[in-house]
Design a protein around this ligand. Structure first.
Ligand code: EPZ
Length: 434
């Protein structure tokens, strides 16, 4: 298993290109099932989760072509040859659940393995199932699989108990083929959900309320192909903003949608970080993208945050923000309201001499003068990357194990950090990379 070794201390300076959003690409790839025409996604990063989704869709009969140099992925579901999403793949990546709605809509049936829990929580999919039942699907659970059938989906008004991201995406993709109008209330508003909805509209779907908590879908239109540029990864941008701040550096995040992170920039500025929106550049990949400069020269102030559904503080940036708060002058209370077990990074940060105590859904972080390097590991993507961030600032050497977690959501992380002066290397399978 690969490891990442970091020698802390260097102040990061330079440009960091932000890749396309993993959590947008995955449902966008599943949307290919909805049409027998090809769709091409641009700005697609090279991530292991995307490889897994490619494998799953290929299993269903989708022809997937990836061009890593052009960062594109073309998907053509001329016909669906298998409506079973097997446990072997789904258990490796929970996001596989987003094939459920499209398979049901396109084929009238789907047999999708229950994804099961993961390190950060039990992650049930009851809201997905209840929403699809509201559209007329007959669904039962047997042998660890969701068995769904319909003779034709019918539009309905659905009120989600929680603004579930992939739940909204599954129901949205099914609703585009439901006869009549579907209203999804308390829908998730994450930028990745909006990106999916915008892509579906470009394929011919009729969707109103995009970006609000009420989506209105006029179903029944056969969808065609499209070419879609994937929205930048706001969580990757947040992660590298913390990298710049925790090292008291000065970095420019390239191709960011600033407004996707308003609830993140504000506590960061209260912590003493200088955030500067730069003038749109001709080189920006898209008209609505811009570069954001993040610099830190003052002491880190303790700032309380609470995670919430978008547009609140993103749960996927909680571990990264906590790494910064371990070095604050004072204390910070961090409350996780989305998942019931998303503090796996806490004991590992404490092994680096952080001072953190957990109280149910909150932690109290008391700032320390410095962290010390250690051998650490985590069990989920964002917890793992928070340990890399801590290692950038720690005295001495930090070895982060189980790097495959990081490779799920961060493209070329050591390269992007090294270009800004970080002393970081990947050790493959226990031997130093040549
Ligand atoms: C998406 O997961 C993201 N994954 C997660 O990112 C992200 O943390 C999460 O949304 C919240 O923003 C993808 O988009 C692929 P939810 P998702 O359904 O859709 C409960 C990362 O690190 N719930 O919004 O699975 C659930 O248990 C990953 O990139 C139900 O109870 O999250 C959780 O407590 C991690 N029943 C809360 O809602 C349901 O049917 C939010 O879950 C569905 C969800």
């Amino acid at each position: 298993m690969d490891k990442i070794i970091i020698t802390g201390g260097p102040q990061l300076r330079g440009e960091i290109p932000i890749s396309g959003a993993k959590n947008a690409v995955l449902p966008l790839m599943a949307a290919s099932i909805l049409t027998d025409k090809p769709i091409t996604l641009q700005n697609v990063p090279k991530l292991s989760d995307i490889t897994l989704m490619s494998e799953l869709l290929s299993h269903h009969g989708v022809h997937v072509t990836r061009d890593f140099s052009a960062q594109t992925c073309t998907l053509h579901a001329a016909s669906i040859t298998d409506t079973v999403a097997p446990y072997e793949i789904v258990s490796k990546m929970r996001a596989s659940i987003v094939v459920l709605g499209p398979l049901l809509a396109r084929c009238g049936e789907a047999v999708v393995s229950l994804p099961g829990g993961c390190a950060i929580g039990t992650r049930p999919v009851n809201m997905h199932i209840d929403g699809l039942r509201s559209l007329g699907a007959d669904i039962y659970i047997e042998n660890g699989y969701i068995h769904a059938k319909t003779s034709g989906l019918v539009g309905a008004t659905i009120v989600l108990p929680f603004a579930t991201v992939t739940g909204t995406e599954n129901i949205l993709m099914a609703a585009v083929y439901a006869r009549g109008t579907t209203v999804i209330k308390n829908a998730a508003k994450e930028p990745e959900v909006c990106d999916l909805a915008n892509c579906l509209v470009s394929m011919g779907a009729q969707i109103g309320g995009i970006g609000t908590d009420t989506l209105v879908i006029d179903g029944g239109t056969r969808l065609g192909g499209t070419t879609h540029f994937v929205v930048p990864d706001r969580i990757e941008a947040a992660t590298y903003a913390i990298a710049g701040a925790i090292t008291h550096g000065d970095v420019v995040l390239k191709n960011v949608v600033y407004d996707d992170l308003l609830a993140f920039w504000q506590p960061l500025e209260r912590a003493g970080v200088v955030i500067e929106r730069m003038e749109p550049q001709a080189a920006n990949a898209h008209a609505s993208y811009e570069d954001v400069r993040v610099s830190m020269s003052a002491e880190i102030k303790g700032v309380d945050v609470m995670t919430e559904p978008h547009p609140g503080f993103p749960t996927d940036a909680q571990a990264q923000f906590m790494a910064l708060m371990t070095l604050c002058n004072g204390a910070a209370m961090i409350t996780e309201t989305i998942f019931e077990n998303r503090f796996m990074h806490v004991p590992e940060l404490c092994r680096m001499c952080a001072d953190i105590t957990t109280h149910n859904a909150s932690v109290l972080v008391r700032g320390v003068n410095h962290l010390t390097g250690a051998t650490v590991m985590a069990t989920d993507l964002r917890a793992s990357v928070s340990l890399v961030l801590a290692g950038l600032a720690a005295k001495g050497e930090t070895t982060v194990q189980r790097v495959y977690h990081i490779d799920r959501g961060y493209e070329r992380i050591e390269e992007k950090l090294r270009t800004c002066g970080a002393e970081i290397e990947r050790v493959q399978g226990g031997s130093t990379a040549l």
